[in-house]
Design a protein around this ligand. Structure first.
Ligand code: GTP
Ligand code: MG
Length: 357
């Protein structure tokens, strides 16, 4: 049932997110490499530039405006040497920005080769832009890759038991199956969502019959989940069936727990929106008394908001006198809570293995 690494890669390759993240990462890697190269070469130039000995060789004076708007600018013409080449620059010294006097700005050019220039400002900003741009691409690539990995993991989790198969139904205790695998039973009142819970676990729509009409599951239905056997028990507490029918179901349930096929674990389902019924409490008390390990599962969590869900869990934990953490809220619709259920199952399977060793 376990998926090989190779098939996980094959699945990943089919996803568009995979290719977007690959292209993103390639572009980002290229840009990063380029900006590193650019930084190394530029910083060599810039550090040379800061160590040069600039010599003022003259001044230009430019006057603009008229009257009180008259504005004078000095241009210092400076010459300096970088890597044995003499460059010449005009530094604009405005009378309005006296503090900038002497600062080299903008371009320096080599009078012997005007095509060769040092771009002080543009080099700095160019690098910053390139760095931010490539870092952005890298972040995007990493974010998409992370999302993809998470999504694949989730998909893998969803399909943990996708090979689950129906085995048989039992209407009487003689028809109960015996097995070396641990049996995990799902119980709860009629219409609480037992069959939907089983389908969620198996990631299948029709493994267990789901119906809007309560009281559909009237037999013990067994499913092979590979590492364990799952038993879908008939729902209790459905008012609209005849007394004799009710007694038949009750006997079947009694027999199930009494007749030597004690389940290794029980998921006791209750509707998250309602207080536990008398029957729910009787069921849980019975499991307590028989020392059958169980987990309370609160179904249909999608019907409540987060805040309502928190409140409901507190109410349920008070009713069942257990910790809030002992109750797992689930939704067959959104598959919420599946991870915690699988964790619980893994513990059961592990315990069973240790007992056999
Ligand atoms: N919104 C929502 N509806 C659910 C959920 N689980 C079950 N239902 C609905 O509840 C109804 C009963 O679900 P079943 O899974 O048949 O319940 P059951 O406990 O197996 O019922 P019985 O076999 O009759 O005892 C169906 O209409 C489901 O669609 C859930 O998590 N969210
Ligand atoms: Mg059912």
């Amino acid at each position: 049932m376990k998926e090989s690494r190779y098939s996980a890669v094959k699945k990943a390759v089919k996803r568009w997110e995979f290719w977007v993240s690959i292209v993103g990462l390639l572009i980002a890697a290229g840009l990063l490499a380029f900006s590193v190269y650019y930084t190394v070469t530029t910083s060599r130039k810039l550090s040379a530039y800061t160590h040069i000995n600039a010599v003022t060789v003259g001044y230009n004076l430019e006057t603009t405006g008229a009257g009180t708007d008259r504005h004078s600018n000095f241009f210092a013409v400076v010459e300096y040497e970088v890597d044995g080449i003499t460059y010449r620059a005009q530094d604009k010294m405005s009378v309005d920005i006296v503090d900038r006097v002497g600062k080299l700005r903008e371009i320096a050019y080599n009078p012997d080769n005007p095509a060769e220039c040092l771009f002080v400002k543009s080099e700095k900003s160019g690098f910053a832009f390139l760095f931010i741009f490539s870092a952005g691409w890298t972040a995007m690539g990493v974010a998409i890759a992370t999302y993809l990995v998470k999504d694949l993991k989730r998909e893998k989790l969803m399909n943990t038991y996708s090979n689950a198969k129906f085995i048989t139904s039992a209407a009487t205790k003689e028809q109960f199956i015996t097995t070396d695998k641990p049996i995990i039973a799902v119980c709860g009142k009629s219409n609480v969502g037992k069959s939907s819970f089983i389908n969620m676990l198996a990631n299948q729509n029709k493994l267990a019959k789901v119906s809007g009409e309560p009281g559909r599951t009237r037999l013990v239905n067994y499913f092979d989940f590979g590492q364990f056997i799952l038993a879908d028990l008939p729902g209790y507490g459905y008012a609209k069936v005849s007394k004799s029918e009710k007694e038949k179901w009750a006997k079947l349930l009694d027999d199930f727990f009494a007749e030597g096929c004690t389940p290794a674990h029980v998921f006791a389902l209750c509707d998250i929106r309602h207080e536990p019924t008398e029957n729910d409490k009787i069921m849980v008390n019975y499991l307590y008394q028989r020392i059958i390990p169980f987990t309370v599962v609160a179904t249909k969590a999608d019907k409540l908001s987060k805040a309502q869900m928190n409140k409901a869990l507190t109410t349920l934990s008070t009713s069942y006198t257990c910790g809030r953490d002992a109750i797992i809220p689930t939704s067959a619709q959104t598959r919420y809570g599946l991870e915690r259920i699988i964790e619980e199952i893994n513990k059961v399977v592990e315990r069973h293995k240790n007992m056999e060793d």
